[in-house]
Design a protein around this ligand. Structure first.
Ligand SMILES: Cc1ncc(COP(=O)(O)O)c(C=O)c1O
Length: 410
């Protein structure tokens, strides 16, 4: 009799969990608007110069395994990117190419988490941080980002949590702290001072700092993005990034772990992740060439990003504007990414939970969202503000209509 491991129960993706239902509704003729998956190339074409580089790679027969931790060309490009953008020096060994940030998360958890260990996540958090952690029998320790007029990392809460972990002796089982900046799902950048404090306190307590910066070029409204590499100078840390969002090519499956330091911790991380890369031989070789070109052709990249980020900003604004007047929702205007993460005032509606709200949005109005509980914020829901203005306006008017229909008060 086939049986699966207990740990495999954690292998789930809540962002895609209603895809089958949405497809069934579409088959039955419903007009379903999908706002669940953050997949930019569906709405903004991957830049032609990168597509051409991919084709060129195929024509040049770059169809072999690449060096397991990434081609020299990609490593060089990534190194230059960090120098150019953040003034940080990263050697080739400090760049490990992965099949997306997703694979980097596997390397991290598999190499660092033993049964009973923990990692600190800031809620609301990117959902896919959990399956890999929990399938290594690790548990999350939550700190919070608070939603008011804006989203703010609750630093005092973080400090109190560290103090309490120290008191209980649990701190030695906490292996890393992961920060997502800019943040999916809040759509906000994290200020430099906050990052510096997180880095300082983590380092004092031997917690490795991981910063997922996969949206670091999708920043607007004059927001200032600070990379952890700028805020944690001299402190060992890992940066996660890749081509999916900043280079508008999710399907290329190219990510990179970047380790800028040359201290003992950083050196052993570089070695360990290189070993992991060796076990799966290679990532997509032609895609690495296309991404290297994506990074190296700064002029074309800037042009493409300018247009894409402008489009993303406008779409986020359209979305927020369309629901601001809805008295059942609170919403913060993002300054980065393409996510909007409203909070539902459940007391005024006849839904018992945010999950129910999200399910009804699909069943009653044909709008597919993602439930906030997947991000650790059960009263919120996530909108991927990527389709065009008209589609977003239509989707938001359906949500407003659903709220009016379910309102407890006239
Ligand atoms: C914060 C964050 N990290 C990682 C990923 C996944 O990245 P990749 O496509 O490189 O696996 C996503 C995708 O949405 C994300 O939002």
């Amino acid at each position: 009799m086939l049986s699966f491991t207990k740990r495999s129960e954690y292998v789930k993706n809540p962002i895609l969990e209603m895809d089958a239902l949405a497809a069934e509704l579409s088959r039955k003729g419903r007009d379903v608007i999908k706002l669940n998956r953050g997949d930019p190339p569906l709405y903004f074409k991957t830049p032609t110069y990168m597509i051409e580089a991919y084709i060129e790679a195929l024509k040049e027969n770059m169809t072999n395994y690449s060096s397991a931790s990434g081609t020299a060309e990609l490593k060089e490009a990534v190194s230059r990117r960090y120098k150019r953008m953040y003034g940080v020096s990263v050697d080739h060994a400090g760049v490990i190419a992965t099949a997306g940030v997703t694979e980097a998360l596997s390397f991290i958890n598999h190499s660092m988490i033993e049964k009973g260990d923990s990692a600190i996540l800031f809620r609301p958090h990117y959902p896919q941080y959990l399956p890999r952690l929990m399938s290594e029998n690790g548990t999350p320790v939550y700190c919070d980002q608070l939603m008011g007029q804006d989203w703010d990392v609750h630093l005092e809460g973080f400090e109190l949590k560290i103090a309490s972990l120290k008191r209980s002796g649990r701190i030695k089982h906490v292996k890393y702290v992961i920060v997502t900046n800019p943040c999916n799902p809040t759509g906000k950048t994290i200020p430099r001072k906050t990052l510096a404090r997180i880095a300082e306190l983590s380092n004092e307590n031997n917690l490795l700092i991981i910063s997922d910066e996969i949206y670091d070029e999708i920043v607007y409204h004059g927001a200032k993005f600070t990379s952890m590499s700028e805020a944690a100078v001299g402190i060992p840390h890992i940066l996660l990034n890749g081509s999916s969002k900043n280079y508008d090519s999710t399907g290329f499956r190219v990510g990179f772990i970047v380790i800028p330091g040359d201290d003992k911790t950083s050196m052993s991380l570089k070695e360990k992740f290189t070993d992991y890369a060796l076990t799966r031989l290679s990532i997509n070789t032609p895609a690495q060439h296309a991404v290297a070109e994506g990074i190296n052709n700064v002029k074309e990249h800037r042009k493409a990003m300018k247009a894409m980020v402008k489009g993303m900003q406008e779409r986020a604004e359209t979305t927020v504007r369309a629901i601001r007047g809805n008295r059942h929702l609170d919403v913060v205007m993002p300054d980065s990414t393409f996510y909007v993460f409203p909070r539902i005032r459940l007391s005024g509606l006849d839904f018992r939970t945010g999950d129910e709200f999200v399910k009804s949005a699909l069943l009653e109005e044909g709008v597919q969202l993602t439930r906030g509980s997947a991000f650790g914020a059960p009263s919120n829901f996530r909108i991927v503000a990527l389709p065009g203005k008209e589609v977003l306006e239509e989707a938001m008017s359906r949500i407003n209509r659903m709220c009016a229909r379910h309102s407890r008060t006239p």
